[in-house]
Design a protein around this ligand. Sequence first.
Ligand SMILES: Nc1ncnc2c1ncn2[C@@H]1O[C@H](COP(=O)(O)OP(=O)(O)O)[C@@H](O)[C@H]1O
Ligand SMILES: [Mg+2]
Length: 330
Amino acid sequence: MIKIGVVYGGISTEHDVSEMSAKSVIENLDNEKYEIHNIYINKYGKWFEDDKQIDNLLWNLKELDVVFPVLHGKGGEDGTIQGLLEMMKIPYVGCGVLASSVGMDKVYSKIIFEKAKIPQAPYVYIKKVEEDYIIINENFEEEEFDIDKITEQLKFPIFVKPSNSGSSVGVKKATNIEELKKAIQYAGQYDTKILVEQGIDSIEVECAILDGEEVIASTVGEILPAEEFYSFDAKYNMPESKTLIPANITEEQIKEIRQLAIKAFKAIDGKGLSRVDFFVEKGTNKIYINEINTMPGFTKISMYPKLFEAVGISYSELLDRLIENAVNNK
Ligand SMILES: Nc1ncnc2c1ncn2[C@@H]1O[C@H](COP(=O)(O)OP(=O)(O)O)[C@@H](O)[C@H]1O
Ligand SMILES: [Mg+2]
């Protein structure tokens, strides 16, 4: 029996999403193969095992053969829990410290994608300093904030996002200067680093990555959001949002997206798994990377497992492979 700790919940805005993912994971782990330890982190960062508060966390973790951090966002997908597990020499599913923290940070992901020459939407990086803003230019120099500098570089609609976020929390679409100012203020409530990005009139597609003997990419799925863009509500509260597998794009485009997804995964030094999201621009059919998620949603109906199911890897098999890779340090 492999003693596996499924860690979920967490301090991020995606706490509830993590709970849903972990529920599916726990239900689908083979009880004959695994001794499952149910480890919950509440919204304040307190740890529990089977509803009992853990007194000595390090001692508790040390008992485990492997950990599956089914955590999204801050404190889980950003390299911090990965660092804790590294220090304790406990194998864990998924990306390491560097890939997790780069993947979580939208600005730094973009810097790496730029280096890897993966096409992406133009952007401006701004920082909040107390109640003011500054622009961080290409040479990482601080420049005075001026909204015109942004609109000179980017065309509307413009998306404004907290650099460290997920599930579309803090993300707003602006179609004019007033909305842009408000969107920046809003994103500033979630993070001091803010990504201001040109909107791409596009369909949204996603590709899943599984890393073992070699890095493999699934087919490509399409998102049909029930709202103007794929907001938090459109993701979790609106059953009218649909997914389509495979995406309604050409074979050639699917092939290109799969290659770019593997490239992005390798560029951030990914391990284990990731879901890489893209925009396919209407009219031009140009492909742009949007982001990489190192711990994608993992419910049975989430895009990540569904993409692999579509190519013949079932949810349970996916779990087995991920855990096996972690234990064997692949
Ligand atoms: N540059 C963009 N062009 C068009 N739509 C965008 C752009 N950036 C974000 N969006 C929309 O906002 C959603 C959330 O943004 P995303 O960067 O994926 O953040 P999150 O990490 O919260 O999922 C996307 O799924 C998409 O619908
Ligand atoms: Mg996204």
